[in-house]
Structures are given as structure tokens and as C-alpha cells.
Design a protein around this ligand. Structure first.
Ligand code: ADP
Ligand code: MG
Length: 265
């Protein structure tokens, strides 16, 4: 008997997205399973962020024409097509079952609230925790992303933290509700190289612990080698190459993939 492949946690199927008359994602398909990391790699403007925003159902809110195709996601309550959900239902999934970290954490943290209040807010919103229980859990989450002096950090404001510390807070927030899927959109691009390595290590360890699926977006093939099981190479909104990271590093079939690989030191 041949074993059947497990249903992927997320399957993007023939996704196309347009802004006005310009088609920025064209017939894109890929999938990711629990515990796996798929890297989406490609140069600036190739459609990586629009892909992640489409999964989060934020692209239509930013003015994209309604995306076509399917985005099948296995929730705790069964399979749904994210493109068919209304925004109200999507809000109960966003930040809970699917969460995202962005390149520049300062834009996602609110400058006027303490770190503790912002992490606690997610737990109050999605898990109905009391303020004191949420703050206790927030401290545990800051410890989990290896931030020193977590108790004191709870009372700090975003501008009092370094970029690397803010990005760890964002990871803590993204993982607060133990999401099934984490989308990381160039999470280390704005950071120094040594800090980048720390953040990648933290993400890898936590993924192992949580068993989440990860979509890791980057323009850096060096990072792909560190992080990914599977790779999707995007160029002008299309997947020009897809497969196992090991195979693509060994024998890329696409000329553009070869130029990306040539840039790895
Ligand atoms: P990447 O993340 O790979 O750098 P993006 O996904 O951000 O690329 O962008 C893909 C394409 O979509 C680009 O041509 C960009 O100009 C266009 N685009 C992205 N966001 C918008 C928007 N809000 N309005 C119009 N065009 C957009
Ligand atoms: Mg981007």
C-alpha cells in the first residue's frame, strides 16, 4: 500500500492578485505542512509580500482586486478556503491560528503602550485571559524568545528597545496563541548580521517546539539554506521554480534561481 501524503496545513491553489489593471500575482500554487518551512524567495517587487498579505486577507483591504484561486487552510475546526471568509471570521483566525511577523517591528508595535500591555492584549483578545494572567503569560513569552529581564521589559515602551529586541517581542506576540501557521516576511532584513543569526535560531527552535508550519519570506538564498525545507522562487508574480531546498541548491533548473544562488557568499 502506498502511503498517502498528509493534507498540507495550507495550500495556495492558483492564486492571482491584481491591483487595478496590473496583475502582481499570477497563478501561484504552493503548500506547507505542519512542522515544515517553505521559503518564498525573490527580488524586491516579485510579489512575496502580496502573497503573505493575501493569505492574511489583508491584500483586499489594501486595495487589491478580490484575489482569485483558493487558499485552503486546516483550522482546528476543519478545512476552510480563506478567500471565502468574511473579514469578521478572518479576524478570529488572524493572530490566532495564522500570525505574521514583518520586516520592521516598529511599525507593528504601538509607541504609546508598554510591551507588557501589547503582548497581554493579544491573550485577552483571543484567549479571554484576565489582565494579571495575561501579563504573567506575557512574561513567559518574553522569556521564551530569550529576552533578558522579561519582568522589567513588560513596563518598557517600544522606543526603549533595540531593533533586535523589538523583533523578538514581535515573535513572542506572533506565537502567543500557538498559531498553526507563522508567516515571517523578511523578519531579519532590517537587523545586523549577528542579530539576524540569533533571531533565525530562536525561530527555528520555537518552530520545533510548537510544530507550526512556517512561510519564510526572504530575498536572501543564504537564509533559505539555513531555514527552509521547501523553496518557491518568485519572479514578477510567478513561481518560476519550486521544490526541496536541497534539490534547488544542488541543481537549480531556472536561470533566475541560478543568479540568486550566485549571490550567496
Ligand atoms: P516583494 O514583497 O516581493 O518585494 P510586493 O509583494 O510588495 O513585492 O509587491 C509586488 C507588486 O505589487 C509590486 O509591483 C508592487 O508595486 C505591487 N503592490 C504592492 N502593494 C501594492 C499596493 N498597495 N497598491 C498597488 N500596487 C501594489
Ligand atoms: Mg516584501
Amino acid at each position: 500500500m502506498t502511503p498517502t501524503a498528509p493534507t498540507p496545513l495550507l495550500a495556495v491553489d492558483d492564486l492571482s492578485v491584481e491591483f487595478g489593471a496590473s496583475r502582481v500575482i499570477e497563478n501561484l500554487s504552493f503548500s506547507v505542512s505542519a512542522g515544515q518551512t517553505v521559503a518564498i524567495v525573490g527580488e524586491s517587487g516579485s510579489g512575496k509580500s502580496v502573497t503573505s498579505l493575501s493569505i492574511m486577507r489583508l491584500a483586499d483591504m489594501l486595495g487589491a482586486n478580490y484575489p482569485t484561486g483558493r487558499i485552503l487552510f486546516q483550522t482546528s475546526g476543519g478545512e476552510i478556503d480563506l478567500l471565502k471568509l468574511d473579514q469578521k471570521k478572518m479576524r478570529s483566525i488572524r493572530g490566532k491560528e495564522i500570525s505574521m511577523i514583518f520586516q520592521e517591528p516598529m511599525t507593528s508595535l504601538n509607541p504609546v503602550f508598554t510591551i507588557g500591555d501589547q503582548v497581554a492584549e493579544i491573550l485577552k483578545l483571543h484567549e479571554g485571559k484576565s489582565n494579571s494572567a495575561a501579563l504573567a503569560e506575557a512574561k513567559r513569552l518574553l522569556d521564551m524568545v530569550r529576552l533578558p529581564d522579561a519582568a522589567e521589559l513588560l513596563t518598557r515602551y517600544p522606543h526603549q528597545l533595540s531593533g533586535g529586541m523589538r523583533q523578538r517581542v514581535m515573535i513572542a506576540m506572533a506565537l502567543a496563541c500557538r498559531p498553526r501557521l507563522l508567516i515571517a516576511d523578511e523578519p531579519t532584513t532590517a537587523l545586523d548580521v549577528t542579530i539576524q543569526a540569533q533571531i533565525l535560531n530562536i525561530l527555528r527552535d520555537l518552530q520545533k517546539e510548537l510544530g507550526a508550519a512556517v512561510i519564510f519570506i526572504t530575498h536572501d538564498m543564504g537564509v533559505v539554506a539555513e531555514m527552509a525545507d521547501d523553496v518557491v522562487v518568485m519572479w514578477k508574480g510567478k513561481a518560476v521554480e519550486k521544490g526541496k531546498a536541497l534539490d534547488i541548491f544542488e541543481k537549480p533548473t531556472n536561470a533566475y534561481t541560478r543568479t540568486l544562488l550566485a549571490a550567496v557568499p
